[in-house]
Design a protein around this ligand. Structure first.
Ligand code: ATP
Ligand code: MG
Ligand code: FE
Length: 346
């Protein structure tokens, strides 16, 4: 099927078009620069930016794919989770296009879309698989038996998300926002073993109740304390070493638990999605560790890891192909949409 996907859950206005597993267009407009001076996404600013960007981005996606709205078989849109006002812009636009062109509409889960996008790069996902979703708002391990039916949570962060930790640490190091890409770059010049930062929820006493859960707020605090101590002593802060050691602590725990989740569940495919999946060290370490256990790691290219419209189109395409009924035209924007809901029922 030819499916158009609309994404507006946070600060990226994304419109993607796919045919089956083939990506035809992935148009993106970001308001990230408008949020940089606030050190985080400002919801009201994001909503206004979506409203300005949505129609031109739609035009660009259709032009890039060399199709018209009439050619499209279905429209998929992020229904949640995300910022309420931001979601509303995409959902309202999708309804308008669906109504005007008389097309079925699918309100889909943004997090399931982060998992589905890998099919555009590596083809159908072998199921069951374990999915590790690591982004600005989430860090979860999920068991995926059939993505169209929902996923089973195995564990999640009990405090900060992995991307949030990157953003907060970058901020305290004065590296800017968003933190993930800049820490990734800065870490390349540093020694990941120079500072022993804590690995959250990996002690035997924590593993009993939190085997597949994550905790990153203690790590962030440890980095802050370490930097403060340096500054108190009048010593320069070695940004590259701190970045590399922090990044290593995050990637070590994420990959160790993801592979343990695969082994425990007898699963041989690990798919990683969400903005933090763009991290270069995470990709290498996951590959290295998975190979030892005969586990295949699937991570899409970095531009498909962060928020985009193609991921929504990819999930929509999967739903259409599986014969899932479309949503109704009065589908909601659900800022707290649970992971058990992959698409809004018709
Ligand atoms: P969610 O998907 O949970 O609703 P979101 O949409 O804000 O959250 P994404 O766009 O999926 O999140 O991811 C953004 C996050 O990914 C940010 O926290 C950013 O710092 C992080 N990120 C992006 N690139 C990298 C990288 N190379 N290394 C580490 N983190 C990264
Ligand atoms: Mg973003
Ligand atoms: Fe996201």
């Amino acid at each position: 099927p030819l499916v158009l996907g609309i994404e507006t859950s946070c600060d990226e206005t994304g419109i993607g078009i796919v045919r089956g597993h083939t990506l035809l267009a992935d148009a993106l407009a970001s308001s990230v620069d408008q949020h940089a001076r606030f050190g985080g996404v400002v919801p009201e600013v994001a909503s206004r930016a979506h409203l300005e960007a949505i129609v031109p981005t739609m035009q660009r996606a259709l032009d890039d794919a060399k199709v018209t709205l009439a050619d499209i078989d279905a429209i998929a849109v992020t229904s949640g989770p995300g910022l309420a006002g931001a979601l509303l812009v995409g959902v309202a636009a999708a309804k308008g296009y669906a109504l005007a062109a008389d097309k079925p509409i699918y309100g889909v889960n943004h997090l399931a879309a982060h998992v589905a996008v890998d099919t555009l790069e590596h083809g159908p996902l072998p199921e069951p698989a374990v999915a590790m979703l690591v982004s600005g708002g989430h860090s979860s391990l999920l068991l995926v038996d059939d993505l169209t039916n929902g996923v089973t949570p195995l564990g999640a962060t009990i405090d900060d998300a992995a991307g949030e930790a990157f953003d907060k640490v970058a901020r305290l190091l004065g590296l800017g926002f968003p933190g993930g890409p800049v820490i990734d770059r800065t870490a390349k010049e540093g020694n990941p073993r120079s500072i022993a930062f804590p690995r959250g929820l990996t002690a035997p006493k924590d593993l009993a109740a939190h085997r597949f859960d994550f905790s990153f707020s203690g790590l962030k605090t440890a980095v802050a304390r370490w930097v403060e101590a340096r500054e108190r002593d009048g010593e320069p802060v070695p940004l590259a070493d701190v970045s590399a050691s922090f990044q290593e602590a995050v990637c070590d725990v994420l990959t160790a638990k993801a592979i343990e989740a695969c082994r425990t569940n007898g699963v041989s495919t690990l798919v990683i999605g969400g903005g933090v999946a763009a991290n270069s060290r995470l990709r290498v370490l996951a590959e290295e560790r998975a190979a030892k256990h005969g586990i295949e790691v699937r991570v899409p290219r970095p531009s498909l890891c962060t928020d985009n419209g193609a991921m929504v189109a990819a999930l929509g395409s999967r739903l259409v192909a599986a014969g899932v009924a479309p949503s109704r035209l009065d589908l909601p924007a659900d800022s707290a949409m649970p992971l058990t809901t992959v698409s809004v029922a018709g």
